[in-house]
Design a protein around this ligand. Structure first.
Ligand SMILES: Nc1ncnc2c1ncn2[C@@H]1O[C@H](COP(=O)(O)OP(=O)(O)OP(=O)(O)O)[C@@H](O)[C@H]1O
Ligand SMILES: [Mg+2]
Length: 352
């Protein structure tokens, strides 16, 4: 028995309402093993009617993990409101992020899995939940945020009153948007080479007047190349969300994505996986589910890598259409946009 194994056992205990395990939620603290006794603290951010049942589940999970050992378990339950931490000190060059509380990268190994769709809808869902949100479209090769938000013809202003040129983001749908697409003509492809792409991308994050934000989402370009590594090393990320379809070829790349964030030189937490295009539901048969790309692929990956599965987003024609029309589905209070609001709730539960 060791602390890591106890922690692992506790990862099987989910908060019944938040549907996220207690370790990911940051509720488990100070695991100690001494003289036949396992102790730890179970911290609730606010009084929770479910606390005794969660405590009981924790006890059962630890017992189940060590069936052949004799030990006592002591769990100290406490309520501690989480202080909202603001970045107190910021590194040189990161001043634009001083007022930003959580920076979340939306990544994928493979292209075309719906990363931008998830990022844009998640940003809108978080804003609708009352948070201050920004999104930086860091896909220098194929920026899609301007099209998806119908802001293609906007030209961001530059403010140099502080002595440094800062780009003012475009505000729409309650979100501050920034994209390299605002600096090129919509029908012109962008051609960048390594260091140039990397710098342009950092500018889209570090040279923007974000102001005070609760969440800044970064829509990363697909892949796990040098650009990604250089970017994620230079930005104080809270963590990453990895998007994939349940298809085996996409899942193989998820593994690369997870390994990149977990590598020694980056070492940023994976907040969870999002499975997109989980099943197809035709408009006229809303109860039917067709598992076109396979079933539960991301759930299996999530288990394998010990990370939460934050959500499953169905393949629905209206999600595609609303994105193409520049009015993402999460704006509307409709059944087919619900999965994005649920995803936002989970992210809030983890980070707030
Ligand atoms: N759940 C969904 N239901 C229907 N269509 C979807 C869904 N998710 C994404 N799409 C559509 O699939 C296409 C690709 O999605 P998107 O551009 O978000 O992927 P991406 O991973 O950001 O791609 P890229 O690698 O090019 O950046 C888009 O046309 C989008 O509208
Ligand atoms: Mg994209």
């Amino acid at each position: 028995m060791d602390i890591k194994l106890v922690e692992q056992a506790l990862r099987s205990v989910q908060h019944p309402v938040k549907e996220i395990d207690v370790v990911t939620l940051g509720m488990v603290e100070d695991i100690k093993i001494e003289e036949g006794k396992v102790r730890f603290k179970l911290v609730f951010p606010s009084p929770d009617a479910l606390s005794s049942s969660i405590k009981k589940s924790c006890e059962e999970a630890v017992r189940k993990a060590f069936p052949n050992e004799e030990f006592k378990i002591s769990i100290m339950e406490l309520v501690r409101e989480r202080k909202i931490q603001k970045r107190q000190t910021v590194a040189l060059g990161q001043e634009a992020l001083a007022g930003v509380r959580h920076i979340v990268a939306i990544a994928s190994g493979k292209g075309g899995v719906g990363k931008s769709t998830v990022a844009v809808n998640l940003a809108i869902a978080l804003a609708k939940a009352g948070f201050r949100v920004g999104l930086s479209d860091a896909d220098v090769y194929g920026p899609s945020v301007p099209k998806m938000t119908d802001t293609e013809f906007e030209h961001p202003q530059v403010d140099d009153s502080s002595g440094k040129e800062m780009i003012i983001p475009i505000e729409k749908y309650g979100v501050k948007w920034m994209s390299i697409g605002y600096f090129s003509k919509p029908d012109q492809p962008l051609i960048w080479r390594g260091p140039m792409a990397s710098n342009a991308l950092k500018q889209m994050i570090l040279q923007v007047q974000w102001g005070e934000l609760d969440f800044l989402l970064i829509d990363l370009p697909p892949g796990t190349g040098d650009i990604h590594i250089s970017l994620v090393q230079d930005i104080p990320l809270s963590g990453a969300i990895v998007v994939s379809t349940p298809q085996p070829v996409a899942l193989a790349d998820v593994e690369k994505g997870i390994n990149m964030f977990r590598s020694k030189s980056i070492d940023k937490p994976i907040l969870g996986l999002v499975e997109n295009m989980s099943w197809f539901t035709p408009e006229e048969l809303p109860q039917n589910r067709y598992y076109i790309f396979g079933k539960d692929g991301c759930a299996i990956m999530a288990k394998k890598f010990n990370v939460p599965l934050l959500g499953q987003i169905p393949l629905i024609q209206s999600i595609r259409e609303s994105g193409d029309e520049g009015e993402p589905i999460a704006l509307l209070d409709r059944e087919d946009g619900k999965s994005f609001h649920k995803l936002a709730e989970k992210l809030i539960a983890i980070l707030e």
